[in-house]
Design a protein around this ligand. Structure first.
Ligand code: ATP
Ligand code: MG
Length: 194
């Protein structure tokens, strides 16, 4: 199974989401778990090289061809981190996905970028958004959730803003983060029509 993490917008939480989804998959007993890093900046690769994510195999695949091949030849669960702005790589990954996770933030400017990403997802492929670095209890978040619900875009997770989740390759993954993303993983791996 291939779960692709995508949003054509940069800096929304794609790499954080991909790393935490892979770590949650290890905890839930998926084996093997592969993290396919399709971003030339190799930010997922940095997390893994720092060995903060045990049990996840890394494959760097920074082109349409390599990402397609990586997704087709494994027999476990792969989480694919995609680059911002490189629509061809995103498209190559999204076309082969069994589920697409779209990280986003609360706030109005995000909507059109999510819609642009959703439009790339093939019609039978399940997808859902994850609101990253959410400020729980704020009007901004409540309005964002209401907006997505009105648009009938499934919300697969709301991950709170936490220093421990933001801390990057040097630090261990946060327990709260793994638990929040474990729910996202459950939704992404559940087969259902959308
Ligand atoms: N739940 C969270 N709490 C706090 N900070 C977060 C959270 N999720 C993500 N961040 C922070 O937001 C920033 C952007 O996240 P990330 O690098 O995952 O985004 P990205 O979409 O992969 O970016 P790029 O498009 O550059 O690849 C990072 O500094 C990250 O630590
Ligand atoms: Mg990234």
């Amino acid at each position: 199974m291939n779960i692709v993490v995508s949003n054509v917008k940069g800096g929304v939480g794609k790499t954080t989401t991909a790393v935490y989804l892979a770590a949650s998959a290890v905890e839930r007993g998926f084996d093997p778990v592969l993290l396919v890093d399709a971003d030339r900046q190799a930010s997922s690769a940095e997390w893994l090289e720092a060995r903060t994510v045990e049990g996840v195999e890394l494959e760097e695949a920074p082109s349409e061809r390599t990402v397609g091949r990586a997704m087709e030849r494994h027999d476990g669960l792969a989480v694919v981190d995609t680059p911002p702005g490189d629509e061809r790589i995103v498209r190559a990954a999204v076309e082969r996905a069994d589920a697409v996770v779209i990280p986003t933030r609360a706030g109005g400017v995000e909507f059109s970028r999510v819609v642009a990403t959703v439009e790339m997802v093939p019609s039978k492929t399940p997808f859902g958004i994850v609101v990253c670095a959410a400020r729980l209890g704020t009007n901004d978040l409540a309005q964002t959730v209401a907006w997505w619900e009105a648009e009938q875009i499934p919300i697969w997770g709301i991950v709170p803003e936490r220093v421990a989740i933001a801390s990057g390759p040097e630090a261990r993954l946060s327990r709260e983060g793994i638990e929040a993303y474990s729910d996202v993983l459950r939704r992404a791996t559940r087969r259902r029509p959308r």
